[in-house]
Design a binder for this molecule. Sequence first.
Ligand code: UDP
Length: 475
Amino acid sequence: MALQEVKVRALAPARLGSLLGPERAQRFETSAATARALLEGRAVVNVNSTATGGGVAELLQTLHAYARGAGVDARWVVIEGNPRFFEITKRIHNHLYGTPGDGGPLGAAERRDYEETLRRNVTGLLDLVGADDIVVLHDPQTAALAAAIRRAGAHVVWRCHVGIDSPNEHSERGWEFLRPYVDDVDGYVFSCERFAPAWVPREHLAVIAPSIDPFSAKNESIAPATVAPLLQYVGMLEGGGHEPVGTFTRRDGSRGHVTRRVDLVGTGPPPPPDAPVVLQASRWDALKDMPGVLIGFADQVVGRTDAHLVLAGPQTSGVTDDPEANKVLDECVALWRKLPKPAQRRIHLACVPMADPDEAAAIVNVLQRHATVVVQKSLAEGFGLTVVEAMWKSRPVIGTAVGGIVDQIVTGETGFLLDDAHDLERYAHSVCSLLGNPMECDRMGTNGRQRAEQKFLGDRHLEEWAHLFARLRPR
Ligand code: UDP
């Protein structure tokens, strides 16, 4: 079984300097030097289950680039799994989010198949890991690798990106399945403290929120005048020519051209360039509640505004560890087909081509920049990178008060937190009130940008990891 090593170009911490200011940049340099000294001769190997699509791949890309730039021997490997394995791990993932997922069992047969897949990844992984290295295992997909790595003398940190604010029977079942694999690791990282079950020893727990790379294709600044033409070129706005108009920075530093088109899965024509756009850009995952965003908009926003809704997600073949994507997309298409014509004209589903992840990121970048209001109406959320990405682009964000979204949006200042994800009236009311108040959108957008800059850049993120490594349980 082939593990895939993802090569990431190092980015010098100094690159962030212009945004951090001298004092913060100096602190970043100091903590990079401390991390270098602590990790001298040791590798930090991150292991997850997909190189593209979704927040974990996105944040690993950023973290690695800056860790390597800080002089740390950071590596990233992706395990291989089969559809049965990802069916089981998605079920665990959904359970940890407090939902039954596909309703299937998590019993002895699932344990056997889950362990078997990970066993087949062990040899390849151990070839890359030396005694005293640190291996960071991400999410349930990699948890059962912990014992073999610890036996080989390396430290194991389990980084869990998912969780629920108050445990329920489903989350308990998910933890029952997982606990034997991660009961005895050297450190734990969660996005929110309340996600960590009671048996996680607090002295080995760190709470670390992700960060964004302000210079990546996803977040780099774009001349405002090129945003609409690029969206026209990819087919996300009406009009425009056929010549490629947009370039972006690839992760290897070269420039790329956007050449592929977005697939509107029959929900075109796209919005006119001057129409306000409400955007939710997420994986096609039931917990992102794309159907709820669509229904609330159709029933309660279409008649009160002239805005269009864009629900954008990755092309469904693009995220290997997410077997539910087609089902959710099909559900959204079926809902759209039943809408009255006026609502159909104002609501669009969009699949972003994933063949080139940097190009995909560039398309999401312009979608977020063009949006008047960004929504993240998740039923549960680990962190929700889409929120900070939109804040970075000075967009007001309406998100559910779940998981890490709560730590990002300051209600009334950078957007609105919705206490109840199922309260479509409240959601529609928040959307309409922002659409009707451009000055408020500007104010909240400006605040959001400041908050993203203060709290969610790589310096804070790397410092927190370095701090955790320094206090890892000795082996
Ligand atoms: N995203 C993307 N293409 C899309 C929709 C979303 O690349 O069509 C990205 C989005 O910009 C963000 C990530 O996928 O970087 C989603 O991360 P988040 O933490 O919001 O949720 P997760 O997918 O981890 O549950």
